[in-house]
Design a protein around this ligand. Structure first.
Ligand code: ZN
Length: 216
């Protein structure tokens, strides 16, 4: 483990995101993932304009042994488990043997970048915590390679329409990966996608909006 004082800080080019990484190689890798993540936010009109610091942590995060990453919004700080710990932990939760460790780390990074963008842009506090999580899960699952995601969806037996009653806080706490898959399935339903996210962001719809589900 590297002492905090030895950790280099760098600003990812063209962004407002500073990365604290133990060496140049992981700094470059993390910045490349940040830039890819920012590109993945753009189609849904999400962007990070305020400064964010990204820190790899030995954990535990938020005193939760299961937590892999978190956005401390009051401090503009994303805390993620160190990549070596994170990929092993995530591999247990997500049966995605086709993905390499870097792809698993990027999956969590994108999730946290979405939270940062939503938090910064939701100045009117229209987006509930559950909706924030729905958006982060939908976009990060959408960025997974299609074959890996399809496998996960069918492994969990979720290749069916999503019912409104399923995207709940209880289900999120009980089964965060299951919630993520359903959030993505709902997001990928024709007519939803970024348009649904825009409606959540501007407060014209919410996760309790029957019109957004074919199966209430
Ligand atoms: Zn989240």
């Amino acid at each position: 483990m590297v002492a905090q004082s030895e950790v280099a800080e760098t600003r990812c080019p063209g962004t407002n995101i500073r990365v604290f990484a133990p060496d140049n190689a992981s700094e470059a890798r993390t910045c490349a993932a940040v830039l890819r993540g920012i590109e993945q936010l753009a189609p849904c009109g999400l962007a990070i304009s305020e400064p964010v610091r990204l820190i790899h942590s030995p954990g535990p995060i938020l005193n939760d042994p299961d937590c892999m990453g978190a956005l401390h919004c009051d401090e503009g700080r994303i805390e993620m488990l160190h990549p070596s710990v994170l990929s092993a932990r995530l591999r247990k939760a997500l049966p995605l043997s086709d993905l390499d460790d870097a792809a698993l780390v990027d999956f969590i990074l994108l999730h946290e970048l979405v939270h940062a963008a939503v938090t910064q842009m939701d100045t009117g506090s229209r987006v509930s915590q559950l909706e924030d999580e729905d958006i982060a899960q939908a976009i990060s699952f959408d960025a997974l390679p299609r074959a890996a995601r399809d496998k996960l969806v069918s492994l969990r037996g979720f290749d069916r329409p999503v019912r409104k009653v399923e995207l709940t806080e209880d289900f999120l706490w009980m089964d965060p990966i299951g919630f993520g898959i359903l959030a993505w399935l709902h997001f990928s339903t024709p007519g939803n996608g970024c348009a649904f996210i825009a409606r959540l962001m501007n407060g014209s719809s919410d996760l309790f909006d029957r019109r957004m589900f074919d199966h209430p």
